[in-house]
Design a protein around this ligand. Structure first.
Ligand code: GLP
Length: 248
């Protein structure tokens, strides 16, 4: 795992944008696995700027998102399809038909999960998968569990995740209790992974992810077994790793 230690959120965002832009430049029709949450917003802003300046183009890029709340429509302002439109897709030259987010309203959840994995396979897998990390070490919405679940599936969100994401909803009761998430299978099958983290509140999850035992109770720890992970994090997020004497 290559670790880029950056001084703050802005530097982290810029470095992460460089890694993603490099992939797009190197492989214009690449398949990007994308993530939501607060962490990638700065990175998306930078990519939008470079796209507007003509430095990168998304014209042939295909994207698959990691997850979506079950029960939220694409227009729901806390849904992840809506997030992607507002934070990236509406501002770059990507073709709408080349973007995919799990359908939160799918009547048949199992069929949606199977179709999602089949779609990723039809693209030839993911070239670069972007990942944030949850406070409990989740990646996508793969919550702490006794096992790593391979395919895309529906997950029950933990109380900790509901608490963490409640800040975006009017009330805690509005946070959906379930979500669709890409499983560990397609994530680990991605050719390259870009893991990003910012802030002191992620320090423990980052430590467990990159220094802890490979354990499904910290789902991010499986990334230690992936051959090509680039982690970009700010000093606050790396503080526990640095304190443990790991050279980053
Ligand atoms: C969310 C998402 C993840 C995200 C993580 C961290 O619940 N399901 O894909 O990476 O939690 O979010 P944030 O970047 O807001 O801290």
């Amino acid at each position: 795992m290559r670790i880029y230690r950056e001084k703050d959120y802005d530097a982290m965002s810029r470095r992460a944008a460089h890694v993603m832009a490099a992939e797009i430049i190197h492989r214009p029709d690449c398949v990007l696995g994308l993530a939501t949450g607060s962490t990638p917003i700065g990175m998306y802003k930078q990519l939008i700027q470079w796209n507007k300046a003509g430095d990168i183009t998304f014209k042939e890029v295909r994207t698959v998102n990691l997850d979506e709340y079950k029960g939220l429509s694409p227009e729901h302002d806390q849904g992840y399809r809506y997030f992607m439109q507002k934070q990236l897709f509406d501002h770059v030259d990507i073709l709408p038909e080349n973007t995919r987010v799990p359908d939160g309203l799918a009547a048949d959840a199992d069929a949606e999960c199977a179709a999602y994995d089949a779609y990723i396979r039809s693209l030839g897998g993911i070239d670069l998968q972007l990942l944030g990390v949850g406070h409990n070490g989740h990646i996508g919405f793969n919550e702490p569990a006794d096992v790593f679940v391979t395919p895309t599936h529906v997950v029950d969100l933990t109380e900790r995740t509901i608490d963490a994401n409640a800040r975006f909803f009017a009330t805690r009761d509005d946070v959906p209790r379930q979500a669709f998430t890409m499983g560990i299978g397609p994530i680990m099958a991605a050719k390259k992974i870009l893991l990003i983290a910012s802030g002191e509140e992620k320090a423990e999850a980052v430590y467990n992810t990159i220094c802890g035992a490979v354990d499904p109770h910290c789902q991010g720890s499986i990334l230690q077994l992936h051959p090509d992970v680039v982690m970009v994090a700010d000093e606050a997020a790396l503080s526990k790793v640095i304190a443990a004497g790991v050279k980053v």
